[in-house]
Ligand binder design. Structure first.
Ligand SMILES: NC(=O)c1ccc[n+]([C@@H]2O[C@H](COP(=O)([O-])OP(=O)(O)OC[C@H]3O[C@@H](n4cnc5c(N)ncnc54)[C@H](O)[C@@H]3O)[C@@H](O)[C@H]2O)c1
Length: 436
């Protein structure tokens, strides 16, 4: 099938590469000249496991093309995916400018009957706006589809190739049959394609992210209470996660959720609920709890170090908002670093893949270490923010001898509190043992 994907970011690039992998003729268009020039040479703008090989193979075999000429990419397409950003507007609502600009271009430049697929996360009711924007110039029939994306950064290629489910909001038989054919290779193991009306598909994405954010904030508050009552949140997590009604995923406490999706989507859903006069008090509390949680790492360090934080050098392991990605959008590491710098500390940071992104965001406000151990030299304390695998079994004697004070604040509960105590560390984690 002849496919166009507009927007070549975390989502669009994965969608384009995976659809090319199943034999489609895919044109990926983006306004970012540097990004497209890089992609033409197989230089990826993001770190995503497995994606580079997919791009290289499909580009060399001629099934995947990159261009900044959005109109030319739209001409000839049977399906156009809109995968541009929907950042939060000042009031928290999703900014639809990019989505609607692309929709207008589809109407202007389509040369055959086309299915217009909204992949970007957009509030309920956006399809009506997309329809109006396309219809403004369209001279041929077009069909709308809402196809929210559930991929996880860090596992995006796998998630797209082997989805738990595909959600498709459609209003016509044509859209239904074209999309069913397109997705058939990805659901051969029997995972469902769930067809529904368009507003329900738009809502499904927000409800999914709001539910996941709720689990995280809930467990973070349980962890904070565990610290006060002398309970161990890891035991509590196992105890409740083995209940089939609850399940074990997304129960890990930490320094608050980040990334491009949860914070933005929670805000946008709250905004929709206000506009429609439907109170979502639980979700409001989820957001407030997360805002508070992002300060816990600094608070724990401050409790241990007091005013000696000022002037101290602090090592930070992990900058990305989660492992296996270089995405630092809304990362708890940014909140921590701001607080450390505000308190007069100097920061030396390490991340296995997000260092270039950190340099772009933070410049020379922090120092960057080539390895996680290099970050410790001359540091008074270590704060672990991201649960990268390579931080899970470090050489503790090396950590202890490099730090001027043996303080470790572990935002991901990677280490055993008893072992850390026996090794002579002042060790604090989230919701376990003595945090006084
Ligand atoms: N990142 C995720 O994990 C994820 C998961 C599911 C859904 N989503 C949703 O998918 C959408 C895209 O997210 P992302 O993380 O890929 O964003 P991104 O910022 O990485 O990429 C968006 C791309 O769109 C391009 N763009 C913007 N306006 C354009 C225009 N008018 N014409 C052509 N290109 C344009 C930008 O240059 C950029 O390359 C958002 O709505 C997001 O909420 C993201």
């Amino acid at each position: 099938m002849r496919i166009t994907v507009v927007g070549t970011g975390y989502v669009g690039l994965v969608v384009g590469a995976c659809l090319a992998e199943t034999g489609n003729d895919v044109h990926c268009a983006d306004l970012d000249v540097a990004k497209i020039e890089g992609l033409k040479k197989n230089v990826l703008p993001i770190y995503e496991p497995g994606l580079d090989a997919l791009v290289e193979r499909n580009q060399s075999q001629g099934r995947l093309k990159f261009t900044i000429d959005v109109p030319a990419a739209i001409a000839g397409a049977e399906v156009v995916f809109i995968a541009v950003g929907t950042p939060p507007d000042e009031d928290g609502s999703a900014d639809l400018r990019h989505v609607l600009a692309v929709a207008e271009l589809v109407g202007k430049h389509m040369t055959r009957e086309v299915v217009v697929v909204t992949k970007s996360t957009v509030p309920v009711g956006t399809a009506d706006k997309v329809e109006t924007a396309v219809a403004k110039h369209a001279r041929l029939p077009f069909h709308l589809c809402s196809n929210p994306e559930f991929l996880k950064e860090g596992a995006a290629v796998d998630d797209f190739l082997k989805p738990d489910r595909v959600v498709l909001g459609v209003a016509t038989d044509h859209a239904r049959s074209v999309m069913a054919e397109l997705y058939a290779p990805f659901v051969r193991t029997g995972k469902p394609i769930i067809f529904m009306d368009i507003p329900s598909a738009e809502m499904t994405k927000y409800a999914a992210n709001a539910m996941l954010a709720t689990r995280i904030s809930f467990m973070n508050e349980v962890a904070n209470l565990c610290e006060r009552v002398g309970a161990d949140v890891d035991m509590v997590r196992k105890g409740i996660g083995s209940d089939d009604r609850i399940g074990p995923s997304f129960l890990f406490p930490g320094p608050g959720y980040g990334g491009s999706c949860f914070p933005k989507d929670v805000k946008a859903l709250l905004r929709t609920s206000e506009d429609r006069d439907a109170e979502m008090s639980v979700l409001r509390a989820v957001e407030e709890a997360n805002d508070r949680q992002k300060h816990v790492l600094f608070a724990k360090l401050k409790k241990v170090m007091g005013d000696s934080i000022g002037g101290a050098r602090i090592a930070v392991w992990g900058l990305a908002f989660k492992p296996q990605t270089d995405d630092m959008r809304e990362s708890p590491a940014l909140t921590l670093i701001d607080e450390l710098l505000g308190a007069g500390a100097t920061v030396v940071a390490h991340d296995p893949v997000a260092m270039h992104e950190a340099q772009r965001r933070l410049g020379d406000k922090v120092a960057y270490a080539a390895t996680n151990y290099d970050a410790l030299d001359g540091a008074a304390a270590l704060v672990v923010v991201t649960d990268w695998n390579e931080y899970r079994h470090p050489d503790f004697s090396r950590i202890k001898s490099a730090l001027s004070r043996p303080i470790v604040i572990d935002g991901r509960n990677l280490y055993d509190p008893n072992k850390m105590k026996n090794l002579g560390f002042t060790y604090r984690s989230i919701g376990r043992g003595d945090q006084s």
